[in-house]
Design a protein around this ligand. Structure first.
Ligand SMILES: [Zn+2]
Ligand SMILES: [Zn+2]
Length: 281
């Protein structure tokens, strides 16, 4: 674990889309406070990157925002770190969205494993999005995304009040703006090249829409996530025009987050941290 004592830290494990890419796994973000480490999403490719920075068996929990492969499939990979047969001595708490339990049971069957395969290693529950979860010293809250299936944005608040909000997959949404309002760090999805490529009901955002959402929410700092890595330079140019507080996320980037200051330190990242205490102009 790499957490700075008494500071919230967020490490990008993966921030690509569902399309496999050699440089970037799909969605996975490690949030740490002292010895408490929480994984937000576990898309394909994330288990490998997680193993480089933390022992997955020692996580305080995993929170899954929605049950698309690029957000939960590596729960299967992590499972094999635990004994195949018999219960693990300590099970990893896995918090699934409503309806997720049945999807995970179906996944066990789909990969030719026995019923209860995941339960032997994971303490599985379905969270109530209306109710905050306490995971060690961290408080986790939820808000609905605007997506093709039920999807939830996640807010993680530390004891000092520092707050990271992760939109998960969502189209433009007033609800999301309010949920993210005043966050010290916002991880905001920027999937689309063009809004015209989306379903009319909307389920993702362009980078311009993501930047608008972050600006409207008056966050301290923001990082674009859920984008194709080959678009990074294009997204960086768009972000640069918006100000230093917003940049594309990069796998391996580790940000220290402080209340009302936003990002105060960055490791392993090529992008500058936010210097602003007042949020975006
Ligand atoms: Zn999705
Ligand atoms: Zn996705």
């Amino acid at each position: 674990m790499t957490a700075v004592p008494g500071r919230l830290r967020m490490t990008v494990l993966g921030c690509s889309t569902a399309l496999p890419h050699p440089d970037a796994p799909s969605a996975g973000f490690l949030v740490e406070w002292d010895e408490t480490a929480l994984l937000l999403d576990a898309g394909h490719g994330v288990a490998d990157r997680l193993g480089r920075v933390a022992d997955p068996r020692r996580l305080a929990g995993v929170v899954i925002g929605h049950m698309h492969a690029d957000h939960f499939l590596d729960l299967a990979g992590v499972r094999y770190l635990f004994p195949w047969a018999g219960g693990a001595s300590t099970r990893l708490p896995v918090h699934l969205p409503p309806g997720g339990r049945c999807r995970l049971d179906d996944l066990a069957s789909a990969i030719s494993e026995r019923p209860g395969f995941f339960d032997d290693a994971y303490a599985i529950d379905e969270y109530d999005p209306e109710t905050a979860l306490s995971i060690g010293p961290l408080t986790v809250r939820f808000a609905p995304g605007r997506h093709y299936v039920s999807a939830w944005a996640v807010s993680v608040e530390a004891p000092d009040g520092a707050r990271v909000v992760y939109t998960g997959d969502t189209g433009p949404s007033e609800t999301m703006i309010e949920f993210a309002r005043g966050a010290d760090l916002l991880l905001v999805e920027a999937t689309l090249r063009d809004a015209a490529d989306d379903d009319p009901e909307r389920g993702h955002m362009t980078a311009a829409e993501a930047i608008d959402l972050a600006r409207s929410a008056e966050v301290g700092a923001a990082r674009l996530v859920h984008y194709a890595p080959e678009r990074r330079a294009e997204l960086d140019a768009l972000c640069s025009a918006a100000g230093p507080w917003i940049r594309p996320a990069v796998p391996g980037m580790s940000l220290t987050v402080s209340r009302h200051i936003g990002v105060v330190g960055a490791v392993g990242a090529v992008m500058p941290a936010s210097p602003s205490a007042a949020g975006p102009a």
